[in-house]
Design a protein around this ligand. Structure first.
Ligand code: ZN
Length: 252
């Protein structure tokens, strides 16, 4: 199911979305709908802090702005590719900044890596103003290029810390000798971001006083705007897990 973001995109773009992404929302609608779903579980802009992890890329930032417009100023965990490198210290800071309403704290995490699909259906390709044809995610693309060359620098480069960490983290997951395509790699990154966030979060969160939600998916840059293909989300409310599933995306 694909919902149109703005003016009509090309058939080839639409076909890529239909083929590779089970449901796609304009990112504004993704933010609206997840807000509606979470408000049913007690999360509102007045009692919740939003915590956002997307790629540093400027074309990813509209999602951060939409979250801010809906939820208020968001704590920023962004990194190259949206990898979760901010760690426990950042999570503790974000949690300390959450409103305390009715004796509880509430957090909503948005953990969403990105990929581009251009009008002719090329995966990983986008147009940037003043640049022309470009790529997203560039950090994942750079990693893939090193893999393809068979020459991967895995040392910790102090002048390139995030990319060094990205490579080390991904190499733990990719079987030796295999080179994924960009879409497979983006899907892997989506799962890793959530896993790494959860692993850092679990030891420090107190469900006795905190409710939280984790929303994820893949941000897609299309020729007519940004979309989100959501992954199944969830909320932990009073210690009990509630599924956050979006339904009702319009078919093309
Ligand atoms: Zn990126």
């Amino acid at each position: 199911m694909v919902e149109k973001a703005g003016r009509a995109a090309s058939m080839k773009f639409d076909n890529v979305l239909i083929r590779f992404f089970p449901a796609v929302y304009s990112e504004a609608n993704f933010v609206d709908r997840t807000y509606q779903e979470l408000s049913r579980h007690g999360f509102t802009a007045d009692n919740t802090i939003a915590i956002v992890d997307v790629c540093r890329d400027e074309i990813s930032q509209p999602l951060l702005r939409l979250v801010k417009d809906k939820w208020g100023e968001a704590f920023n965990l962004c990194s190259l590719a949206g990898m979760f490198f901010a760690g426990r210290t950042a999570l503790l800071a974000a949690m300390h900044h959450a409103p305390r309403v009715g004796g509880r704290e509430r957090y909503v995490f948005f953990a969403i890596p990105h990929i581009a699909v251009d009008g002719s259906g090329q995966v990983g390709v986008c147009e940037r103003p003043g640049v022309g044809e470009s790529n997203a995610c560039g950090a994942l693309n750079a990693f893939l290029k090193e893999l393809q060359k068979g020459k991967l620098n895995v040392s910790l480069d102090e002048n390139d810390l995030e990319q060094s960490l990205l490579k080390a983290r991904l190499l733990k997951e990719i079987p030796y000798g295999q080179i994924p395509d960009l879409l497979s790699l983006t899907r892997l990154v989506q799962k890793l971001i959530v896993t790494d966030l959860e692993n850092a979060l679990q030891p420090i969160i107190d469900p006795g006083k905190c409710d939280y939600a984790v929303l994820s998916g893949i941000q897609i840059h299309g020729p007519d705007g940004n979309y989100v293909c959501p992954s199944p989300g969830y909320a932990i409310v009073q210690g009990a897990r509630q599924d956050i599933l979006l339904t009702g995306a319009k078919c093309l």
